[in-house]
Design a binder for this molecule. Structure first.
Ligand SMILES: *Cc1c(COP(=O)(O)O)cnc(C)c1O
Length: 391
């Protein structure tokens, strides 16, 4: 069988076998509806409340502030639209950034069509948002600020705690998309000064299709799904008990393993960055050199297209990602790479390598052994490279 090396953990992670084991009983033996008052229901309800406590413990929150959702996208949509509609009488202005995930920018664009005003604050060349810029964007009508904890493409960790402090002083609700950080680095709702925070289980070795929206006590948010009174009426629909149990188990495992895992990943990450920049001419690291996720490498390789590298690595069984076009339905390169000031041409040649719980050093060595040859081969065929060399 061909060697298979998965280096795309920022896209999704495998579900940890221990998580699967914890979920298993809730499909058949303990299948009750958590809203039922009989023993079958109460056994499922207890499992959900245990999971809620585990999430609260990780975040430094209270269990009643944890709302289970269908994932990061629902949590983000609900935070943005839920606050906008709840505070419509007070103001119609939202502040966010140019590097957010589409699950934030799309609901913002939707609200703009409904008459809301949105300011998209820019970033510097390392992808950092300036708290001062956020402060300057505040108006008397501002009801929500949303800034991601760390960027999913370039890995930059944002000064969320500082921005949250500004929001708090002005009495404005503050949300952070912590989908890329939860389970990987410390995420504490008081240190981050947030009213709302999104996370998603499949980014930290839990199952897909389940997440959390943390809502600080007293924060006004319009309900997201109208129906039964599950999740204190904030989010109707019968709980997905196995998934919620899986999320709880996954976050508990991360709480125990995170520190050691981050240490090893930083070692591997820095090895990749050093060797690629040493061995291949004209490559550039995207994102902040040290304020970055332990598992993220994002580099631009001049004169070639990201998807050509992806396909060549895929033939060797190596899975990575790119911010180039063709991975999405649009022809535009990633909005994040353009936001940090890369030209279209350079943004097209980007490569994202993300590491995780099962990444081994020998897998990184396998990547590093083949990547320089692939780049050399592709450059030899590139019209851009020929032009540069005056051919
Ligand atoms: C993956 C991701 C999301 C979306 O989460 P889903 O659970 O897949 O809906 C949102 N924000 C960021 C930063 C992400 O990386």
């Amino acid at each position: 069988m061909m060697k298979r090396v998965y280096l795309d953990y920022a896209a999704t992670t495998p579900t940890d076998p221990e998580v699967i084991k914890a979920m298993q009983p809730y499909f058949f033996d303990k299948f009750g509806n958590p809203s039922s008052i009989h023993a079958f229901g109460q056994e499922a309800k207890k499992a959900i409340e245990d999971s809620r406590e585990k999430v609260a413990s990780f975040l430094g929150a209270k269990p009643e502030e944890i709302i289970f959702t269908s994932g990061g996208t629902e949590s983000n949509n609900s935070a943005v639209e839920g606050v906008a509609y709840a505070l419509e009488g007070r103001g119609n202005h939202i502040i966010t950034t140019v590097i957010e995930h589409h699950a934030i920018t799309e609901p913002c664009k939707f609200l703009e069509k409904k008459g809301f005003k949105v300011t998209y604050v820019g970033v510097d060349k390392n992808g950092l948002v300036s708290p001062e810029d956020v402060k300057k964007a505040i108006t008397a009508k501002t009801v929500l600020i949303s800034v991601m904890h760390a960027n999913n493409e370039i890995g930059t960790i944002e000064p969320v705690g500082e921005i949250g402090k500004i929001a708090k002083e002005k009495g404005i609700y503050f949300h952070t998309d912590a989908v890329q950080t939860t389970g990987h680095i410390s995420v504490n709702v008081d240190e981050l000064n947030v009213n709302l925070l999104s996370l998603s289980a499949h980014k930290f070795y839990g199952p897909k299709g389940v997440g959390v929206l943390y809502i600080r006590k007293g924060t006004r948010v319009e309900r997201f799904l109208h129906g039964g009174d599950q999740e204190k009426g904030r989010r109707a629909s019968t709980h997905n008990t196995p998934a919620i149990v899986g999320l709880g188990k996954a976050i508990e495992l991360c709480q125990n393993k995170m520190e050691a895992e981050a240490k090893f990943q930083i070692y591997l990450r820095d090895k990749i960055i050093k060797q690629i920049t040493d061995k291949i001419p004209e490559v550039y690291l995207n994102g902040h050199p040290n304020l970055r996720l332990p598992n993220n490498v994002n580099i631009s390789i001049k004169y070639i297209e990201g998807e050509s590298i992806i396909l060549n690595l895929d033939m060797l069984g190596i899975a990575v990602s790119t911010g180039s076009a063709c991975t999405s339905t649009s022809l535009e390169p990633s909005h994040v790479l353009l936001a940090i000031g890369l030209s279209h041409e350079i943004a097209h040649g980007s490569l994202r390598v993300t590491l995780g719980r099962w990444t081994k050093e020998e897998e990184i060595d396998y990547l590093l052994e083949h990547l320089p040859n692939i780049v050399e081969k592709l450059r030899a065929m590139s019209p851009l490279y020929e032009k540069k060399n005056g051919k």
